[in-house]
Design a binder for this molecule. Sequence first.
Ligand SMILES: [Zn+2]
Length: 266
Amino acid sequence: MPELPEVETVVRQLRQKVLEKKVVNVEVFDPKVVDTRLQQLAPFKFKNITRRGKSIIASLDNDNYLIIQLRMTGHFYYVPKLPSSDTHNEHLAAVFHFTDKSILTHNSIRRFGKIQLATKKEVDEYVSKLGPEPLEMTSSEFISSLQKTPSAVIKSKLLEQDCIAGIGNIYAQEALYHAKILPSKKINQISESQLTKLHKELQSVLLKSIEHNGSTVSNYTHIAGKGEFQNFLAVYQKDKCPKSHKIRKVQIGGRSTYYCKDCQKS
Ligand SMILES: [Zn+2]
């Protein structure tokens, strides 16, 4: 599932490709994934495209917004000129046609994602349920956010979007590895200095992943291809940690969790 770095990568690319371009027509092929009201909306332009947590928020020049969740298998593809052969495959959910004949397609293999039309008020309500952005939090904000639930398990807490937005299974585990914290620890068993270290390592791993266009571990692709940060992962789906210790895999809160018993002792 795309997490903060993967969604941020897609947002930056969408901005480059489609901002201020005029959409003349939208075709919706999968109403389960894409709001069919988009078909009546053209012409419009994408005024701004931003990320909040794992969601993409697009503002249009007609006061409407799109809330876009890629979830497991949502992909955007930008095609400079519509080829004569079909771009229609079974996973095609929608096509945005621009005045210069370029197109943006949205494909959704497992159909968990959504593109919803929304008002400003609906966007505000949606984002108000999300916790703060991890790259914008100070370490004291980060620590106090976690310490609100002292008996929670650290790894599970990092995944709760109303606590901190944008973290999923990959980056929670990577940050805990680099901070040398056992993922099964309760928050009240972790010292403030360790939590400060976790904040620093979380920010660092997210920024490094953004630099490498995110991680492609199952089928995430950004607009121009695959991410490369999977080559830099320390524990997630690994057999050995960077120090060649054996990695263990356990279930925490129903999610597979990889850690190194030798490196993560605190
Ligand atoms: Zn190790």
